[in-house]
Design a protein around this ligand. Structure first.
Ligand code: ADP
Length: 328
């Protein structure tokens, strides 16, 4: 039995690390993919997790499978396909010195996951199904993602969604918006950034934007706000919670740490079904938000995503001892 099963992209993020002695740019090879990062946080907190996705049968694919396995994630559902290459993303600096992303993902293995290849029994064996929208940018993984979310919903799992909107992976913002909206009726919990909330709802205001999203289906809507913490709506209850004042050096994976920690906390409190989620007391939501902010903030104090996921002791210490950043 898995606490959480996630379906999605798994790829390599190459991030710049300066120049070699010969003066050429150097990059470091980081495992990437938000759904797997969320699982890594959950595994770090002692949950049983499993991943469904596809990588190439190449050295990058082997590296990713090994990395996820070492993070404690069950990888039986991670396929290695010799017909396709593992997708790559390079973080580069453009002419003005701004960060830009360069994707090598045309027919990338992660986009070539076909629903016929998925062992659906693994989904039946889980309490929560988690997914994002990066696996919805291309076929056939778009269909696989949507159909597995429908399958999870039909079989009574909690369905959890973090769109992780990446504009450069979509033909247009309109297409992204309509694809994201098309799955919201399946979802019980949704975590968005403020930009994603504005894209989906057409609203910048947290109260109004979260209400519009909640009306589309999910009983819990979380909006993360970087150093400003996060906002939550559960029915008519809304509240904002601060981030913590840590020494931030790299925000990669902060949202995934936050969200994995939130899912961990509510399931540990015993809210393990979609029906129960609609009845969580406000105090439990508030507790989970504080816990999640501590995890998200701590993840910004180390480099990378998976290696930066904090332990339960670190999170509890942060909640007790570290002061909060300014309120919203
Ligand atoms: P995402 O990566 O999904 O865009 P955010 O950047 O909003 O997510 O960050 C998620 C969470 O991580 C925030 O809600 C907050 O708890 C924490 N966080 C992010 N940036 C900082 C920061 N600079 N200082 C402290 N905490 C942060």
């Amino acid at each position: 039995m898995f606490d959480v099963i996630a379906l999605g992209e798994c790829l390599i993020d190459f991030t710049p690390t300066g120049k070699s002695e010969a003066g050429v740019p150097l990059y470091s090879q980081n495992p990437g993919g938000a759904p797997a990062n969320v699982l890594a946080m959950l595994s770090r907190l002692g949950h049983r997790t499993a991943f469904i996705g596809k990588v190439g049968k190449d050295s990058f694919g082997y590296f990713l499978k090994e990395t996820l396995g070492k993070a404690g994630i069950d990888c039986r559902g991670l396929l290695l396909d010799e017909r396709y290459l593992t997708s790559l993303a390079f973080v580069t600096l453009d002419a003005r010195g701004d960060r830009a992303f360069l994707f090598y993902r045309d027919k990338g293995a992660d986009t070539m996951l076909d629903e016929s290849e998925i062992d659906k029994d693994m989904i039946l064996d889980a309490s929560i199904f988690h997914f994002g929208s990066v696996s919805m940018t291309s076929m056939p993984s778009r269909t696989a993602t949507v159909h597995m979310a429908e399958y999870a919903k039909a079989n009574g799992l909690i369905v959890s969604f973090d769109p992780n909107y990446r504009p450069f992976l979509w033909e247009s913002p309109q297409l992204a918006k309509s694809e994201i909206e098309s799955v919201l009726h399946l979802c019980d919990i949704v975590k968005v950034s403020d930009e994603e909330m504005a894209l989906i709802s057409g609203e910048d205001d947290l109260e109004k934007g979260s209400e519009i999203i909640a009306e589309m289906g999910p009983s819990i809507v979380i909006v993360t706000l970087g150093p400003l913490g996060a906002f939550v709506r559960a029915g008519s209850y809304t509240a904002s919670f601060n981030a913590f004042d840590v020494r931030t050096i790299d925000t990669t994976g902060a949202g995934d740490a936050f969200y994995g920690a939130f899912l961990s906390r509510i399931t540990r409190m015993g809210y393990c079904s979609a029906e129960m989620l609609g009845k969580i007391p406000e105090g439990c939501i508030a507790d989970a938000m504080i816990f999640a902010n501590a995890a998200g903030s701590l993840a910004t104090a180390s480099y990378g995503a998976i290696p930066a996921m904090p332990s339960i002791d670190e999170i509890e210490h942060c909640m007790k001892e570290v002061k909060e950043l300014r309120s919203i």
